[in-house]
Design a binder for this molecule. Structure first.
Ligand SMILES: Nc1nc2c(ncn2[C@@H]2O[C@H](COP(=O)(O)OP(=O)(O)O)[C@@H](O)[C@H]2O)c(=O)[nH]1
Ligand SMILES: [Mg+2]
Length: 323
């Protein structure tokens, strides 16, 4: 199997549930059928159910209704084509690539955040392997000093992948681990340092401040760092994931309480959408696009370090609608 078909197969596998429930349902509703008002109401229900989000759903449905009432469309197949086309064009060619430190200024530092259980540590192992396979020397920093077992979990991945892990005391200061990791990365000529952090609820203010502190330690040690602040979102968390993205974005940028994020402050720079394989509601990718300005950069489609794909909209939509 060639590289391209292997990638497509992986995305298809990861989207199997969404395809089986949402897309197959839409197809049986629409293919070869005449359109009517009841069918349009049913399309709306299914889009909402797949977590596409109210805003986008209403936009799609309003257009379909208008076209139908004006007599410009009357077949289900036309609706399906319209939806595919809209989805394909939703993501302009924006920057989905990881941001790296400029040449000669390594290491690149990637700070990884997200709530407990979102999939941070697993996603870090995936990213580490991907970066390693592209010829980068990778190091991991275990800044999750909060949860028992968290450091060990990261170390196990490190051992499997042959990657150094910098750690501190259980219960110690995560910012101190970040400091040590930055020093070690510089002295060992590391290309990419990935920092794992404690799972925290976006409502836990002290934990959020800790994240800001880690970020500022990194930026003092590594000019321009962290180059990337990724939030790992659990695709099965539905609309909750959207709130998390927004709250973390504000917290990283240093806005506390209900303050808005300062316009020029660095917030979250990318989303790693984990567990897409575990949901039939893959429409969440669309809702994220509508609700935040943060690009989805990677999708997680399983539990092993190989189950990761850069997010590529065209392939994503194709994998969704293909048989
Ligand atoms: N099916 C599936 N499970 C995942 C994925 N990413 C993470 N997990 C699982 O989610 C659980 C929590 O992951 P973990 O990395 O420990 O989350 P953390 O608390 O955010 O560090 C583990 O059981 C992982 O195996 C994914 O893309 N697909
Ligand atoms: Mg973890």
């Amino acid at each position: 199997m060639g590289l391209f078909s292997a990638i497509t197969a992986k995305i298809k596998g990861g989207l199997a549930k969404t395809r089986e429930v949402f897309v197959s349902g839409l197809k049986s509703l629409l293919l070869g059928r005449k359109l009517d008002e009841a069918t349009i109401a049913e399309i709306r229900r299914r889009l909402i159910e797949a977590d596409v989000g109210v805003k986008t759903t209403d936009r799609f449905v309003a257009h379909i209704q208008e076209q139908f009432r004006a007599g410009r469309i009357d077949k289900g197949d036309q609706v399906l084509e319209y939806l595919k086309g809209e989805l394909r064009s939703m993501w302009p060619p924006e920057d989905r690539e990881l941001r790296f430190a400029p040449a000669g200024e390594k290491p690149t530092v990637i700070l990884v955040t997200g709530v407990n259980g979102a999939g941070k540590t697993t996603s870090i192992s995936k990213l580490a392997k991907l970066l390693q396979s592209r010829g980068n020397k990778v190091m991991l920093g275990a800044c999750d000093t909060f949860r028992a077992g968290a450091v060990r979990q990261l170390e196990i991945w490190g051992e499997r992948l042959g990657i150094d892990v910098v750690k501190g005391q259980q219960g110690g200061d995560p910012a101190a681990v970040a400091f040590d990791a930055c020093q070690a990365a510089k002295s060992r000529g590391v290309d990419v340092l990935i920092l794992d952090t404690a799972g925290r609820l976006q409502t836990q203010d002290p934990l959020m401040r800790q994240l800001t502190k880690i970020r500022s330690v990194v930026s003092k040690q590594i000019p321009g760092g962290p180059h990337e602040v990724l939030i790992v979102l659990d695709a099965t968390a539905g609309q909750n994931a959207l709130r998390q993205a927004e709250e973390f974005d504000r917290a990283i940028a240093g806005a506390s309480g209900n303050q808005p994020k300062p316009a020029d402050a660095l917030g979250v720079t990318g989303i790693f959408l984990a567990k897409l394989d575990g949901t039939a509601k893959g429409g969440i990718v669309v809702a994220i696009k509508e609700a935040t300005k943060i690009p989805v950069k990677f999708i997680g489609v399983g539990e092993t370090p190989d189950d990761v794909q850069p997010f590529e909209p065209e392939k994503f939509v194709d994998a969704l609608f293909e048989e």
